[in-house]
Design a protein around this ligand. Structure first.
Ligand code: PNW
Length: 461
């Protein structure tokens, strides 16, 4: 409703970013063009059964060839910020060594196009597309990968930092480490638990190394940070095993990243939990100081929250190896097409919690959105009332967090357009703009018009 929108925008600060996000492999296509080499995702997409329908990012939204029109779309939606990622295998095809000018030139043109249209470019340096050659050398479980990342970051930084003010080192290191190396659900599809923990540490080290080198190299003040996918872990009850299960989930999902980034040490309870499982993080002298390099902004990606119990179905609290039980239970909320429960209050609790535990850290919502089973009309228009309602409830949750004292500087919707949704291929659609993959036609959905209107009301309030 109109008064509802007015209340919503009145709850947001005067200076507040409105934007959309994408990532390179999910939209660009053109995987063999201008010297790009395969990333771990190109390889993983060829593993039979790894991706729904055996989809790949070979063509995706063909954004590489349609970039100016896509930037015009963002402009038409009246949004002020565009967060995109740079594909490492375009810029530095072997994961080390010299820059590939032709690949870098694409991002140079993209930044210029955005600035011409008055849109603020926000660069993510790594959104999961590790050059395959670095995976062949061991990938993120290998310490050297962190140093390779910092070198790559500097290549991009030297080329774009005269025009780009806002930088994110890594997108969602939890996904890279856990989905990629522990659960085998994302590239490179490994299931090696100790290696996954090494990946966690080396990703954080990579972030810290790149952050301090970018800071030192920059003559002017830039905003540098990292983006985490985080959520609220609710205990199923006040019983100790449930409280403990929620604490462990929060430890492995959120605090194992935020504590070293902000406080310069891993959480003691997480380290103790890992010791019970006979695993440890491969920390070397000086690493924690590097990881805690000051950041200017924390990017928060939020999709859903979960409830945890420490009881197995038969009531026991330990599994056959004697390790504590952790399971999720439904919160009994409506779900999106990803089967993720819709929990906007978990967003408020998360943002308020971070602002209290890590005071003085400005936050921007760098991703928030939902997939639904869109039904286009004959013109390609999607009246996505479900996705629009998701945006309303989650923006209200942000306003409520601000009301409770959280410092939140902007909101970027995931995603500008339907795209390659990783292991789900093209079957899951997160876009505020529909993509017809036969014709590559883009059609803004109702939710896009809703966000456009909201941003405009906020500007004119
Ligand atoms: C994020 N989980 O991924 C990514 O940053 C995007 O590239 C992606 O398209 C979007 O969210 C939607 O999935 C996630 O299992 C993948 O909790 C998995 C999870 C969370 C975020």
């Amino acid at each position: 409703s109109v008064s509802g929108d007015a209340d919503l925008v009145a709850g947001l600060p005067a200076r507040f970013r409105w934007g959309v996000a994408t990532s390179a492999y999910q939209i660009e296509g053109a995987v063999n063009v201008d010297g790009r080499t395969p990333s771990i995702w190109d390889t993983y997409c060829r593993v039979p059964g790894a991706i729904d329908n055996d989809d790949t990012g070979d063509i995706a939204c063909d954004h590489y060839h349609r970039m100016p029109a896509d930037v015009a779309l963002i402009k038409d939606l009246g949004l002020d910020t565009y967060r995109f990622s740079v594909a490492w295998p375009r810029v530095q095809p072997r994961g080390k060594g010299p820059v590939n000018r032709a690949g870098l030139a694409f991002y140079d043109r993209l930044v210029d196009e955005l600035l011409t249209q008055g849109i603020d470019p926000w660069v993510t340096l790594y959104h999961w597309d590790l050059p395959q050659e670095l995976e062949d050398a061991g990938g993120w479980p290998v310490r050297d990968t962190a140093y390779r990342f910092a070198d790559y970051a500097m290549l991009v930084f030297e080329a774009l930092s005269d025009r780009v003010n806002t930088w994110t080192t890594l997108n969602e290191p939890w996904c890279s480490a856990m989905l990629g190396y522990a659960y085998g659900a994302h590239a490179p599809g490994r299931r090696e638990y100790p290696a996954a923990l090494a990946a966690v540490h080396h990703l954080l080290l990579a972030h810290g190394l790149a952050t301090s080198r970018m800071r030192e190299a920059s003559p002017r003040k830039l905003d540098i940070g990292i983006t985490l996918n985080v959520a609220t872990a609710y205990p199923a009850s006040d019983a100790q095993p449930d409280v403990d299960a929620a604490r462990r989930a929060d430890g492995m999902g959120r605090r194992i990243y935020l504590d070293p980034l902000v406080h310069g040490h891993y959480p003691a309870d997480v380290v103790a939990d890992l010791a019970v499982e006979s695993v440890e993080l491969p920390v070397e002298d000086g690493d924690l100081e590097i990881i805690a390099a000051p950041i200017d902004v924390l990017g928060v990606n939020y999709y859903f929250s979960q409830k945890f119990t420490g009881y197995a179905e038969d009531g026991s609290t330990a599994d056959s190896s004697g390790l504590p039980v952790s399971r999720t239970l439904p919160l009994n909320k409506p779900r999106t097409a990803m089967d993720w429960e819709i929990v906007p209050e978990g967003f408020t609790d998360l943002l308020v919690g971070i602002s209290r535990e890590y005071p003085g850290l400005p936050m921007v919502v760098t991703e928030n959105g939902s997939a639904f089973d869109d039904v286009p009309d004959s013109t390609g228009f999607v009246a996505d009332a479900d996705r629009t309602a998701y945006f309303t409830s989650h923006l209200s949750a942000v306003a409520e967090a601000i009301n409770q004292g959280a410092d939140i500087r902007g909101y970027l919707a995931w995603s500008l357009m339907d795209n390659f949704e990783w292991a789900y291929g093209y079957a899951k659609r997160f876009g505020i703009v529909r993509v017809d993959y036969e014709t590559q036609t883009r059609t803004p959905k109702q939710s896009a018009l809703y966000l456009k209107n909201l941003a405009e009301q906020h500007r004119n309030r």
